[in-house]
Design a protein around this ligand. Sequence first.
Ligand code: HEM
Length: 201
Amino acid sequence: MQNLQQWAAHRAGIPLDEAFVIDDKPSVYQTIGHRTFVRLSTEFYNRVYEDSEQAWFRDIFAAIPKEDAIRNQYEFFIQRMGGPPLYSKRKGHPALIARHAPFTVTLPAAERWLEHMRAALDEVATPGEIPEGAPDESVWGVEGGVSPEGQGYVDAASRARMWNFLKHTAWFIAGAQEVRRGGTLDMGGGQQSNGLGEGSS
Ligand code: HEM
């Protein structure tokens, strides 16, 4: 698992400690606010489900209703970035490696995932409405007292924190599957990692 983390950091070009600046205070959740996550995940999955340019990528999600995917993602992001544990309350441990196991997450899929996430982050860099396609407001999970309005958009500093974490995690998930398929993870200087332990992040 440690090798996998090192490879993900190498592949992402982001040192591990920078990927986990996501854990610093004040949290991204406090800064950008609850609804900004609903907005981001809706922007992201609207792009994914409409990806006619790379239909193979869109098809990875074919069995999952878009609103479910949006909700799973924003609940996870909210809890991971300093908000209430909405995801775990509903579904248990995020176990990202195990939960992605039914889907084929190749290295090109990680690239495409990140491209859509970059575009979604661009979209939420300024204040705006939650777009069409979002789950019903009754499941946004905003609770009094733990629902900071925040600023309603993703500023450059928050974006850098989110991006470094998301990029690391995308390569972490894809790298884990690469190893499961019997591949090796090239560390550049001839170092290879193929020692993925069991378990999940
Ligand atoms: C779920 C693909 C990266 C977090 C899913 C699903 C697919 C998928 C097909 C099923 C949809 C659903 O049931 O919600 C991918 C691909 C990735 C990727 C191709 C490229 C590397 C990431 C990253 C994160 C993430 C970087 C977190 C930072 C999640 C979460 C779920 C999910 C929390 C919900 C799991 C569940 O509740 O079953 N992903 N994903 N994914 N993904 Fe990803």
